[in-house]
Design a protein around this ligand. Sequence first.
Ligand code: FDA
Length: 398
Amino acid sequence: MATTIDTLVIGAGAAGLFCAAEIGRHGKSVQIIDHAAKPAEKVRISGGGRCNFTNIHTAPANFLSENPHFAKSALARYTPLDFCDLLATHSITWHEKTLGQLFCDGRSSAIIEMLLDELSAAGGTLALGVEVTELRKEPSGFTINTSTGAFLANRVVIATGGLSIPKMGATGFAYDIARQFEHAVIPPRPALVPLTFSGRLKDIFASLSGVAANVVVRAGRAAFEEAMLFTHRGLSGPAVLQASSYWREGEEIGIDLRPNSRGTDAFVEAKITSPKRTLAATMADHLPRRLVEMLSVELNLPADTRLADLSDRKLEDIERALGDWRFTPTGTEGWRTAEVTAGGIDTAGLSSKTMESRNVPGLYFIGECVDVTGWLGGYNFQWAWASAMAAGRAIGLK
Ligand code: FDA
């Protein structure tokens, strides 16, 4: 005997749990299923265990998508402050770390408990360890066959996320369903992911493993000023992760290592105030010494020469070279470590107000599986909450 419900939500991550609770609050019967043994595992590990659950500066410009306008409606109708209000009703306290990034004061498990409490208070149910074997459109509603039985549902919400971290149960399920119903899928690619190198650059970067510096990393038309970290495999740190979302295979990235990325006269000015200092010592004011040594070799800089002995033009040339150090990554660390998936279900096939499929009424896609990818810093969860709320409200009001 099939279980009959109003809405079946597939995927008990951030978006699925949030959406189901909203549907239930409107008095609709709602069930979530997930193939994993535990719900919302990515919430648990996020933000180093403290969940960077939103960003107070959230704006459409902080998201990548083939259609940069798509996210506007949902983001405007469910804001970071709305989520903070919800946290307050569950006595979850938080703090801003940096750049508008809001983290829990305690563990991220508090957010999972809140999502589960909201779900059960709204009358929704959750079943884990359930595999979907078939999703079929019927003249009215859907049949969903699973490893534990069949469901008949008026509506189905796909919230199974993207491909990042397969070890945690990520699958391409959402893309398969999208293709089944003739939705286009923008090729998914790992994003917010460390960049890797081969040959000489790999060895050079590996020798600096653990060294970090504040720089500007450019990829495509995007530029991010934050920390960059050298690792055994290549480059990481927030500035590189951010830029990775904009980087395409075969393209160069540019690193700006100048003391002041907005001006070009720092060394000429330093020559006036400290003419006896060497170039290397001056560079070491803002860059780690080991990095200065490497750059001196790589960029062929007169590291041991006193500033007084270098012409203004030479100093300007050096500053220019430091401002645009370019090279081509070999690739990324891939799905194993990518924090999110860029690309995904083409928004052209979805309503920006409700996340409902334009091809199949009653079918919804929310969260990371959609071609909307946030920057590092809480933006991806904000998209999960906002897209889930858009679908949840629309279904609840049907
Ligand atoms: P999510 O991936 O959370 O959930 C999908 C669910 O669907 C999972 O429970 C999965 O088991 C289930 N599922 C998958 N395939 C299925 C199938 N075939 N059948 C049934 N169920 C299936 N973002 C942010 O804003 N701040 C942060 O601090 C972090 N930190 C962070 C750290 C790390 C290590 C990672 C990997 C990611 C982050 N993120 C983040 C990104 C954030 O975790 C991500 O964008 C959201 O979890 C996406 O929410 P969704 O609900 O869309 O997918």
